[in-house]
Design a protein around this ligand. Structure first.
Ligand SMILES: C[S@@+](CC[C@H](N)C(=O)[O-])C[C@H]1O[C@@H](n2cnc3c(N)ncnc32)[C@H](O)[C@@H]1O
Length: 360
């Protein structure tokens, strides 16, 4: 907690573009070209749009949160909001110091991209260290604050890096790395109204407000005040109870893998999770959940349940990952040919049960 007052002012100070250490710019790149400057001007100070996406939001300054993305029109559930190639990806194992690596990778990108990186916010800059005198440390802090998983490595995506965090029912977009396209895709998990902030989640938020806040303040340097964290105490405790139960049910459902519970119990547990998530408004990971149920049904030779769970998985994977994602194709195959799956009949025949919901 002592951490926060030190970090927040530092972050707010450094997220202002004109407060960026000048030596960082000079150190990391040759003077940006006039073309890049003109392009930057016309891109309204934000990173350029790729693949026709990006018309649905703009980058805004938000009190207490630095920058964030605000919807400029209604965004429909499942809509592709951002498709973005990485500025660079850091592989899982490296042979040089992280600061040297980040600086080297930054040399390789164009001036506009470098500028986009250097304008990102950061936290956890060593206390007492002068950013002007340590540009490599600033670059590393930017990387640590903004990098996300991209395949085996960790990548920087300056456009999606402006997404702020929300917990549980508060986040409305999800991102995923697609190996085939070598790009990050951000889809709307829910309908988003014009003027609403686009929020993703930085962590598994199926835990209590206290735990979430501790993690977010330590890792990202902010005290979460999203719609869920701002609930009054009674509502927050009810949310905590639901999230804890969801988490516990996930653990229980996993016992099916070691034969410790029956397929009927596993699918019934999935239905319980689904119901609790409806009450909580937590909609993420439902494609995976329904696909797991379809897998259990296939294993117990229950073709009818396998089809209905696979249909549900198609629907929710489509929202989160896109209709053309590999996982949608996989579960479509399950829906069409449950008997043709390699897990078919690997457990005793059982009627495991269909989804109790069919709605999105
Ligand atoms: C990946 S950046 C997100 C974009 C950032 N707001 C910016 O100005 O570029 C992560 C940082 O944003 C801020 N942030 C994200 N979500 C927040 C929230 N819900 N409340 C306050 N600050 C938040 C924190 O400072 C965090 O370290």
């Amino acid at each position: 907690m002592l951490y926060i007052p030190l970090l927040v002012p530092l972050r707010l100070m450094l997220s202002k573009k004109n407060r960026r250490p000048q030596s960082l710019r000079l150190f990391l790149f040759a003077i940006p070209t006039a073309i890049a400057a003109v392009a930057y001007f016309f891109s309204n100070g934000s990173y350029p749009v790729e693949h026709g996406t990006g018309d649905s939001f703009h980058v805004a300054d938000l009190p207490g949160r630095g920058k964030g993305l605000i919807a400029t029109r209604e965004i429909k559930q499942g809509e592709l909001v951002i498709q973005e190639s990485p500025l660079f990806i850091v592989p899982p194992s490296i042979t040089e110091s992280p600061t040297a690596l980040i600086s080297r990778l930054l040399y390789k990108v164009g001036p506009l991209e470098r500028d986009a990186f250097l304008n990102l916010s950061y936290v956890h800059f060593p206390e007492g260290m002068d950013p002007e005198a340590h540009p490599e440390e600033v670059a590393l802090a930017i990387f640590q604050t903004n990098a996300v998983a991209a395949g085996d490595g960790v990548g920087i995506f300056p456009r999606m890096a402006r997404l702020n965090h929300g917990c549980s029912s508060a986040f409305n977009v999800v991102y995923t790395w697609r190996q085939r396209e070598q790009a990050l895709f951000v889809h709307a998990l829910k309908n988003i109204a014009k003027g609403e902030e686009l929020l993703t989640t930085y962590t598994d938020t199926k835990r209590t407000r206290k735990d979430r806040r501790e993690f977010l303040s330590q890792r990202y340097g902010f005290q979460c005040a999203c719609a869920v964290c701002s609930l009054d105490d009674a509502a927050s405790e009810a949310s905590d109870r639901r999230l804890t139960a969801i988490s516990r049910y996930y653990g229980h459902m996993a016992l099916w893998g070691s034969n410790a519970i029956s397929g009927i119990e596993a699918v019934s547990t999935i239905n319980k999770i689904w119901k609790l998530e409806d009450e909580e408004g937590y909609w993420s990971e439902r494609g995976r959940l329904a696909a797991d149920a379809a897998w259990i049904a296939v294993s117990h030779s229950d073709a009818s349940a396998a089809r209905s769970w696979a249909e549900l998985a198609i629907e929710w994977y489509t929202y989160e990952l896109g209709a053309d994602s590999e996982l949608v194709m996989e579960v479509r195959n399950t829906a069409e040919h449950p008997e043709g799956q390699r897990a078919w009949g690997t457990r005793e025949p059982l009627t495991v049960g269909a989804p109790l919901t069919t709605t999105g």
